[in-house]
Structure formats: C-alpha cells, structure tokens
Design a protein around this ligand. Structure first.
Ligand SMILES: NC(=O)c1ccc[n+]([C@@H]2O[C@H](COP(=O)([O-])OP(=O)(O)OC[C@H]3O[C@@H](n4cnc5c(N)ncnc54)[C@H](O)[C@@H]3O)[C@@H](O)[C@H]2O)c1
Length: 398
C-alpha cells in the first residue's frame, strides 16, 4: 500500500516512523503547496515522490491513501476530494471546523467505500492504553471520577516565537542542566492557529484540546453535558490564547464526572522533546487511583509513566514505550491495519464528530455561561475566512 502525506509542516515529521517497520505499506510521496517544503521533507526522509498538485496525487492510481496534515479549514474539502478519488483518508485532528463539515466527510467516505480515520494520537499512547486495560479489568474498582491537568510552559523552550526573549528577560542563562527544550516550531505554524477563521477555535481548548476530549470519550463513553470557563490570555496585542480554562462534564447515564484544568505558565521550564505542554491524568476508582503522568512533554520524567495506588501500595509501570512519538507510530499502524483488515479505525468519522461536538459544546458553554447538553447542541456555520490582519481589525472593533 502506498501513502502520501499532504502538508509537510511541523507534525509531518512524526508521521514517518509508523511506516518504517512495515513490509505492507510505504510512505510513497509528499505534497505541500510550498514545493520547497515538500522537496526538503522528501530528501530528509528518503521519500521517493514529490507531487506538484493535490489533483496529481489524487489522480495517481498507485496511491492507496492520503494523510491530511494541513490547517483545519482545509480538512473537510481535501478529505471529500480524496474520498471521491477513492483514496483512503487519515485526517489530523481536529476533524473539521463544525459538525456540518464532519457530516460531509463521513458521507463522502461512505459513498465511495473508503476508510476515514481521524488521526488523534493520544488514545494510542501506550501508558494510556495500559491504564485503560487496568480500568477495564477492574484493578481500581468502580470508576468514580477523572481529573486532567494541562500545563503549557514556554520559558527557554524553542516552541514559541517569544520564548527566547522571555528567557532573556527573566535572566535565565543556558547551562548544561537548563538547555533549550522542546522542538522548534516555525512562526508560520502558529500564525494560522491563532486566526480562528482558519483554525475554528483557540489553540489550547479547541486545537490541542481535541486530544483530551477524544480520550475522555474513549475512556468512559458518551457525554451528557458540559460546563466550561474559558478565559483569554494575550500573547501579542490582540492575539490571544484560550486559557486559563476549567472544563467539567458528566457522562450519560452514569454518576461519573470529569474535570480538566488548563494553566499556562509562560515562565516555567518544561522538559520535553516536542511541544512544551505537560499533561497528567488521574482516574479515581472505588478501590484505588491510576495516574498517567505525561504524554507530550516529560516534566515528571523521573516518575513512572503509569502509577497505580491500591490497597495501600503504589505500583509503578515502566515497562512500555512512553515517548510521545510512540502514540504516532501506533496511530499510523491503526490507519494501515484498518485498510488491510477492512475494519474501522479506532477513531472513525462518526466518533471524531462526537469529539468535535464535545469541544464545540464546551466553547458554547463558556460563551453562554451555562451548561450545555450535547444532544441539544446546535451547529454553527464555519467562520468566513479572513487574513490575520482582518481578524485583528475585527477584534479591535474597527
Ligand atoms: N496530533 C498532534 O499532536 C498534532 C500536533 C500538531 C499538529 N497537528 C495537526 O496537524 C495539522 C497540521 O499542523 P502543523 O502543526 O503541521 O501545521 P504547519 O503549519 O506546521 O504545517 C502545515 C503545512 O501545510 C501546508 N499547506 C497549507 N495549505 C496547504 C494546501 N492547500 N495544500 C497543501 N499543503 C498546504 C503548509 O505549507 C505547511 O507546510 C493540523 O490539523 C494540526 O491540528 C496535530
């Protein structure tokens, strides 16, 4: 099976390793509207083919499927086009800008008999998968609640354009113990994200948050209602990120609640190879507690990736891959295997739509300052696309 990456930006680098140890699938080609980005990427990863246009990819009979790794506002259109060309599709999260777009994507895949996978990798993170196994086998008794914590750092990391300036202002000097952390992210990769007409929502709750909403549904099923406070913090002038935030929800038909809080600590040094965003999950049962201590970053690097407290004893689980990249490898394998075995991927279009609805309902709850029942959430039109300047002028009310 031959696959093509569409978009050779920041995240594309983590979509390569999943093909490396396969004898049934190959990363066959790349396409990016910026030809130089596609060429450099193909060279770095020894990928044989660089396409000139998306149409050329879709017309190529050799191509089995595409992985769509472009800004959110393009997900629907490019997915529908690929399905019509009978290509299997993996589309990065968030699935789309609104529910209507999800419906179009689901229908296109069905009508053309191809797979549609929403590429959300956190549900494929090995410590998370092991935690799920422990929960399902009743290790901590009946599940009573879930608590999720997310910290974004910045100081001295390479992942925000202003990080180096902030480090300097705070008087932090690089030493062997405090070397730059996180990966480098091109400023252009942030620009469209901070423009809600292209990204559909804020970079924290809507964009990165899709991973978390996805895990919350994956763990305990359908959500009945959500309440959220989503505040704003200025990054530069009128450009804001959607945090701090606190989100809480109740599962359908169960006395089971979750809370998720997000705090950005722009002067905090967070160890990690990728984005300097650290996550911790705590699941409480009637008999014990399970913690997944990390995912994207490694702030608690000395602590086991999975810890269980039960019957007065703390058990550490180290024996599993626990780099963030491992979740990408597993997610890519899920895409390939779903095509090979003609089965659903873990995150189908239908499930991806539910996850998006959860995110949109949380944003609606915060805007309305009241709880929102997911079954009565009403979809909104996708925003009219505007350049960054248009967005800034609009925010200024001019
Ligand atoms: N799973 C994760 O943890 C994770 C992390 C980061 C990004 N993502 C998702 O991956 C997608 C891409 O994010 P990114 O950070 O790599 O963005 P990016 O801005 O770094 O890269 C996007 C690439 O798409 C290209 N592009 C834009 N329009 C195009 C078009 N019409 N045709 C072809 N190429 C086009 C750009 O030139 C750029 O190279 C987003 O949907 C994002 O939410 C997922």
């Amino acid at each position: 099976m031959r696959f093509v990456l569409i978009g050779c930006g920041r995240i594309a680098t983590l979509h390569v390793a999943g093909y490396k140890d396969r004898d049934d699938a190959v990363l066959w080609g790349v396409y990016d509207k910026k030809r130089s980005a596609a060429e450099a990427f193909a060279k770095e990863h020894s990928i044989p083919k660089v396409y000139d246009t998306y149409e050329e990819v879709l017309e190529d009979k050799e191509v089995t499927g595409v992985e769509i790794l472009v800004p959110h506002y393009l997900h629907c259109e490019m997915t529908v086009q690929a399905c019509r060309a009978k290509k299997h599709v993996s589309v990065q999260k968030p699935m789309a800008m609104n529910l209507d777009e999800c419906d179009k994507m689901i229908a296109a895949a069905k009508e053309n008999g191809v797979k549609l996978k929403v590429y959300e990798n956190f549900v494929h993170y090995p410590p998370y998968q092991k935690a799920k196994q422990l929960l399902e086998s009743g290790e901590i008794g009946e599940i009573r609640g879930i608590r999720y914590k997310m910290n974004n750092g910045g100081l001295n990391s390479q992942n925000t354009p202003a990080a180096k300036v902030r480090a300097k202002m705070a008087g932090v000097r690089l030493t062997d113990d405090l070397c730059p952390t996180g990966w480098e992210v091109d400023t252009l990769s942030w620009t469209w994200r901070l423009n809600e007409t292209l990204s559909g929502g804020g970079p924290i709750v809507f964009d990165d948050g899709y991973h978390k909403f996805s895990m919350f549904i994956d763990l305990f099923g359908d959500v009945e209602k959500v309440s959220a406070w989503i505040d704003e913090t200025s990054l530069i002038g009128n450009l804001c990120q959607d945090s701090p935030a606190v989100i809480m929800w109740k599962y359908k038909g169960k006395k089971l609640y979750g809370t998720w809080d997000i705090t950005c600590s722009e002067d905090m040094y967070i160890n990690g190879k990728y984005y300097t965003c650290d996550e911790r999950m705590e699941i409480t049962g009637s008999r014990g507690i399970i913690w997944v201590t990390r995912c994207t970053a490694e702030m608690l690097g000395g602590v086991a990736p999975l810890v269980m407290y039960r019957d007065g004893k703390l058990t550490e689980f180290w024996d599993m891959p626990h780099d963030w990249q491992d979740s990408f490898i597993n997610s890519t394998h899920d895409f390939i295997d779903s095509i090979k075995a003609d089965r659903d991927p873990v995150l189908t279009g239908e499930r991806g739509r539910e996850v998006l609805k959860f995110a949109l309902a949380a944003m609606e709850s915060s805007a309305r300052q009241s709880e929102v029942f997911l079954d009565s959430y009403e979809d909104k039109p996708a925003p009219e696309k505007k350049g960054l300047l248009g967005v800034l002028l609009r925010k200024n009310g001019r």
